[in-house]
Write a protein that binds this ligand. Structure first.
Ligand SMILES: [Zn+2]
Length: 341
């Protein structure tokens, strides 16, 4: 399972929702979140160009991350029955110069100069790791092309004497490149084998839940408590007869606690404790809290005082091996709070 937004993105978003704006770390966290957001939006934007390629039986995987010896992430991987392509996506605007000797990329924008690592080196490194993984898993190797693709239409690429200039491209050229490669490479795998490989890679997708609160030295006491009203966003909603009630606008909800539980799971490395949830949701008893967490589909691990609850989707994405499963709830949930059917 690969989530629509990376776990890192979701963690920053959850933290910003719970951290008061006057907190001294808020601006740094917001700045970091904006950078992650720009990166992921740029990656998302490539989808349009990939979809324009007039080639049948192509499979695209976005933001695949594999942990095998060295963890590596690929912005986009294209699987075709006769070839493969890796894309490292950049969303920069302004004038971009490539310095072949220093293996650096320099951006000049509004009078300031910034430097970045060479994206061709990045994508070649990812390929080296992917290749090792394929060999270990006995997956057939096919001709694999690597490109750095700039998706911002406002970018001006200055390649001059950059030897790998053919591998530095804009989003618009992606469909033509894929069509050319499809003509050049006859089909080696069957379409079914290609689909199975795609499935295999998605099953191996693995992300980390980093201790984001520790990173910014944020205490639980710093965060906003209580459930915000889904209608007017005011806190806290009051628990009344198994429902949440907003005292400000009168909105009632049965599942307004789902997003908060998911946010807490993101911030606690997917280990919810009843005491913390009770405190956050202003619930009257530990027993009521326990029931609420279990009904929300979280999976129980551990015994007695070491009990904690995990969101099933986060267990899959992080390939968590921690803990011993003791009780499994009957419900499946999504982070938005709606039970899946
Ligand atoms: Zn309200």
């Amino acid at each position: 399972m690969i989530p629509t937004h990376s776990i890192k993105y979701q963690q920053y978003q959850a933290l910003l929702n719970l951290l008061p704006e006057h907190h001294h770390e808020y601006p740094q966290i917001m700045e970091q979140f904006r950078m992650i957001d720009v990166g992921e939006t740029s990656e998302d934007n490539l989808e349009f160009f990939l979809g324009q390629a007039n080639v049948s039986s192509l499979t695209f995987i976005k933001r695949l991350r594999v942990e095998q010896h060295i963890p590596f992430q690929i912005d986009w991987i294209v699987l075709a029955p006769g070839f493969r392509v890796l894309f490292e996506v950049k969303g920069h605007n302004g004038e971009i110069y490539f310095d072949a000797k220093a293996n650096q990329l320099t951006r000049v924008r509004e009078g300031t100069t910034e430097s970045f690592t060479d994206p061709i080196l990045q994508v070649d490194r990812q390929y080296a790791n992917l290749r090792t993984f394929f060999i270990e898993q006995q997956i057939e190797l096919l001709p694999t092309y690597r490109f750095a693709v700039f998706v911002n239409p406002k970018v001006i690429l200055k390649l001059y004497d950059y030897p790998d200039y053919e591998r530095v491209i804009t989003g618009q050229s992606v469909p033509f490149i894929l069509e050319k490669l499809a003509k050049k490479h006859p089909t080696n795998l069957t379409e079914t084998n290609n689909q199975s490989l795609s499935q295999f890679l998605i099953e191996h997708h693995c992300e980390r839940l980093s201790p984001i609160l520790e990173r910014y030295h944020i205490l639980w006491e710093d965060l906003k408590k209580g459930i915000p009203c889904p209608q007017c966003q005011r806190r806290p909603m009051i628990r009344e007869r198994m429902r949440w009630q907003c005292l400000a606008c009168g909105t009632r909800s049965t599942d307004a606690h789902y997003p908060i539980l998911y946010a807490l799971a993101l911030l606690m490395q997917n280990r919810l404790t009843t005491i913390l949830v009770q405190h956050f949701l202003h619930l009257e008893s530990l027993e009521a809290t326990r029931k609420l967490i279990k009904r929300a589909g979280y999976i129980k691990f551990g015994v007695r005082k070491a009990v904690y609850y995990s969101h099933p989707d986060l267990l899959i994405i992080t390939k968590s091996k921690s803990g011993h499963k003791t009780i499994e709830s009957g419900h499946k949930v999504s982070k938005s709070g709606h039970k899946r059917t």
